[in-house]
Design a protein. Sequence first.
Length: 248
Amino acid sequence: MSAIAQEIKCSHCGAPIDFKPGEIIATCKYCGFTTVIETGQAFTFEHSLILNMFDQKNIDVPIHNWMSSGFLKPGDLAKKSKINERNLVYLPFWLVNVEAKSTYKGIFERIAPAIVKEGTISKEYDWLVLAREASGFPTREYIVPLSGKIPFDFRKIEGFAKLLNSEMTRDEALDIAKQQIEDHHRFLLQQDVDRVVEIKTDYTPKQIVYLHAPIWFIKYEYKGNLYQLIVEGTGGTPLKGDIPPSRF
């Protein structure tokens, strides 16, 4: 069941702000003022925007380029597909710039006798956390074009686009980033040890930015069946797409 939209008044301009249950941070589409829904107070952290470079016509160019490339796709996919929907959504993200240092002990079992190995993994990340509780969005595949980041400007949001609000706080996003980074370090350890005995990760957050980024959600039809494609709106890079089965 879809959530029912509710409404509050913008404390800056008085215009109505639509939001859905579960959303914590809302942005006024009339003046761009960002507020914390629970308290009504102004949002005090950096709020940025990644610009969209496509409209509902020229977004077809990267879509057809994706359909025409790759040996796994049917050879006539671009020619015989029909694009049914082109929906531009500004998704909310928390971008966590953090230094992470993991100290570990593990057992290398690929030789006999097995040996104990100790070491550290130290890296700095711009770790992206989607600020929505549930989504199939491929966050790890999306490389945010930070060179195009500007202060949030509601005037840059297209009238036909949808802007979603955050469903998590800054601290919740930081906790998610920490857990995901440790999981990533455990994955990296597979190159060095076969079994992790212990691992401890220390984090030094440097900056946490709230941002909205343009994502195109495409639905297309091929030979009577519907498929989906996700394209980022700055460079037109496909992030995730359903591929119809090929006879080969």
